[in-house]
Design a protein around this ligand. Structure first.
Ligand SMILES: [Zn+2]
Length: 227
């Protein structure tokens, strides 16, 4: 991120002095000018106590460098500087400072909110899957395999037909969607495809694996459960 820091010198007083000018030799042509330093960034504004003074000759319209100042000029300078009314030293912040300060906080709360919401969703879903009962319908990311080869994969639904001991029997929906979102009619009459016997233990951890197939003909990940 790029932002600039700018120094400003605000005029805070001038004083005509009668000393003879070290530049042009004329009298009554000198003016002391005082400035107070202010530092501004996109995010803050700081009035410092830093005061600078310069000597200006009205006759030649030029600045007289401090190295050529006489002791008298120096004395005027110090006296004048000591009685200047400075702007109070102050640090203030621009709206950008507050926006920048708030931004990470709001991003964090959005992220936390999203995660908590997502997490809750996931947990309540997992809980429902753990307490599966006959008649429930589950959506599954499903892969059928032929020995080591994936034959097909996609989304489909299963209807829970029976639960017994460590096994669960589910019957597949007639629609097997290999791409995109299909419209599933979840009426019980639509579950007409093969019935699979799967591991109940794995089912409860969202896995749908046949445990009576030596060659593991299918596997699935349960994404949703509807009571
Ligand atoms: Zn001069």
């Amino acid at each position: 991120m790029y932002f600039s820091v700018t120094d400003y010198y605000d005029p805070i007083g001038t004083k005509q002095i009668p000393s003879k000018c070290p530049g042009c030799g004329t009298s009554n042509c000198l003016e002391l000018q005082f400035h107070q330093k202010r530092i501004e960034t996109a995010f803050s504004k700081k009035i410092t106590s830093n005061v600078s003074g310069k000597l200006f000759c009205d006759n030649t319209q030029s600045e007289i460098a401090p190295v050529v100042w006489t002791d008298e000029i120096e004395q005027y300078y110090l006296n004048e500087k000591s009685i200047l009314k400075l702007q109070p030293k102050r640090l203030s912040f621009t709206k950008w400072f507050y926006i920048l300060l708030m931004l990470p906080l709001s991003i964090i709360s959005v992220v936390i909110g999203y995660n908590v919401f997502g997490q809750n969703d996931y947990e309540s879903e997992s809980e429902a899957i753990e307490q599966v009962s006959v008649g429930d319908k589950i959506m599954v990311l499903y892969t059928t395999t032929d020995s080591a080869n994936v034959i097909d994969n996609g989304n489909t639904w299963f209807l829970v037909k029976k639960i017994d001991a460590d096994s669960i029997w589910v019957q597949r929906h007639k629609v097997f969607a290999t791409e995109g979102d299909a419209n599933f009619d979840l009426a019980t009459s639509k579950f007409t495809e093969e019935t699979l016997k799967a591991s109940l233990k794995q089912f409860k951890t969202r896995g749908l694996f046949g445990h009576d197939y030596p060659a593991q003909k299918f596997s699935g990940y349960i994404t949703t459960l509807i009571k």
